[in-house]
Design a protein around this ligand. Structure first.
Ligand code: C2O
Ligand code: CU
Ligand code: CU
Length: 463
């Protein structure tokens, strides 16, 4: 799509919305965030300044954006880079034109240009944001941030801790090395050399002894599947990928049975701090050859005496329940396809390889002309998408704009909580069910960015 066509479509859209997103009288005033995408430098490793990063500040990580369910938001993205960008709000069910996918929903934002994203988040929960143009480099160089959408009513925690888990690929001097490799892209992806939490080695914080903490954990890495567990406290997983859990997710306490959080996924955990001052709660990760601290929360002050049972279940988000009596079934095969032309991503960057495919077709690129949807769904229709992994690698499969339930697998017992990203295991056939209730063209891809950018991508149309 050309820039001209976008102008036409957005004018048509504005007419439909009755005023281009203008606020109606009586609505609360919008929450605004300026986000200036720009070069950055930061001390990621002790005593070393990493140059050549990308953030929304010159010397700090991208902020935790805090929005409110049902309250309009205005996010003004200004591009101060010498390359294109576009910002995507991962997990949010918002109008297609605000989804931030280059050529599919908007023209990419050029150097010196700005784009104002306006939407009202329908769901509360933990989400995140990242560029969808120059995705591989801008994400790897730092631009991944957490977005919190607060419930209309406060659920009653004493405090909160937000953890943005991601790696960086640095040498011993703290400077970037190759952000991706052909070898990695063709296999499980290229891992970082330095694991980080909120752009530091470990997140350390004090919380009241015996108090209730809401931990929001987001896996924003381009590649790593985190294997997480807790030490030192009782806890409860209260939300998964943004939405309050309908089916319990076991609270992991052992490195032998960790919880997998794959790229794009989030979890909200209610933690009860220990009663004695100085005692610690740890979020741990299993890593090759051992384990690693990700966050250490220390109890301070007198025992607040609270109990996990005091947390009422989070209010459900307004999600439509798929009707499984006689659903339409659509199959997608994810596999390796080293043949194929190089993708045409226009202004949005290419890795220079084609390795992956959906239904044996590698994605022709964001800017390729005349590429149709993988499937067209009708508004309001319930559908089962059968995700078949024909590769030995794991793929966190992500769908924009819609929310689905994983319902069955040939490999394991699935926990059918609502999500936007599901980890597809080796040789797995996973059925996911959804209601096609948001019109537009919705990107559908693997969230290992090297897989996405070398073919494992497409889109689903809802009309
Ligand atoms: Cu989080 Cu299409 O991405
Ligand atoms: Cu997304
Ligand atoms: Cu993948």
């Amino acid at each position: 799509m050309k820039r001209r066509d976008f102008l036409k479509t957005s004018l048509a859209g504005a007419a439909l919305m009755g005023g281009g997103g203008a606020l109606l009288a009586g609505e609360s005033s919008p929450i605004t965030y300026p986000l200036k995408v720009q070069p950055a430098r930061y001390g990621l490793m002790p005593g070393k300044i990493t140059e050549g990063m990308v953030s929304t500040f010159a010397d700090a990580p991208p902020p935790v954006i805090r929005l409110k369910q049902g309250v309009p938001a205005v996010l003004s993205v200004e591009n101060a880079m010498e390359e294109y960008t576009a910002m995507h709000w991962h997990g949010l069910r918002i109008p297609n034109a605000m989804d931030g996918v280059p050529y599919l929903t908007q023209f990419p934002i050029g150097p010196g240009e700005a784009f104002q994203y306006e939407f009202t988040p329908p769901d509360a929960g933990t989400y995140w944001y990242h560029p969808h143009c120059m995705t591989m480099t801008q994400m790897a160089l730092g631009l991944t941030g957490v977005m919190v959408v607060e419930e209309a009513e406060d659920p009653g925690f004493d405090s909160e801790e937000v953890l943005n888990l991601r790696d960086f690929r640095l040498n011993d001097d703290g400077q970037f090395i190759d952000l991706y490799t052909g070898r990695g892209a063709a296999r499980g992806g290229t891992h970082g050399t330095v694991m980080a939490v909120n752009w530091q080695d470990v997140q350390r914080a004090d919380h009241g002894a015996g108090s209730l903490v809401r931990l929001r954990v987001a896996a924003t890495d381009t590649t790593r599947i985190y294997k997480l567990y807790f030490e030192g406290a009782d806890g409860k997983i209260i939300a998964w990928d943004g939405h309050p859990v309908d089916y319990p997710v076991p609270y992991p306490t052992s490195p032998d049975a960790p919880l997998l959080l794959s790229p794009g996924q989030r979890m909200d955990v209610a933690l009860r701090m220990p009663s004695l001052e100085g005692q610690e709660v740890k979020l741990m990760a299993r890593v090759p050859g051992g384990t690693r601290e990700m966050a250490v929360l220390r109890a301070v002050g007198a025992d607040a005496g609270r109990a996990l049972a005091e947390i009422a279940p989070l209010p459900r988000n307004p999600l439509a329940e798929p009707d499984l009596t006689n659903p339409r079934v659509e199959e997608f095969v994810f596999g390796w396809s080293p043949e194929g032309d190089l993708p045409n991503n226009g202004f949005c960057g290419t890795l220079g390889y084609t390795f992956w495919s959906i239904n044996r077709n590698p994605w022709a690129g964001d800017a390729a002309e005349g590429i149709g949807p993988l499937v067209t769904l009708n508004m309001g229709e319930s559908v089962v998408l059968r995700l078949r992994n024909e590769s030995p690698n794991l793929h966190p499969i992500h769908l924009h704009g819609l929310t689905f339930r994983p319902i069955r697998s040939n490999k394991r017992e699935v926990i059918p909580n609502m999500t936007d990203t599901a980890l597809l295991l080796k040789d797995e056939v996973l059925d996911i069910a959804l209601v096609a209730d948001n019109p537009g063209n919705w990107a559908f891809h693997c969230h290992v960015i090297e897989h996405q950018k070398t073919g494992l991508a497409g889109y689903i149309e809802v009309v």
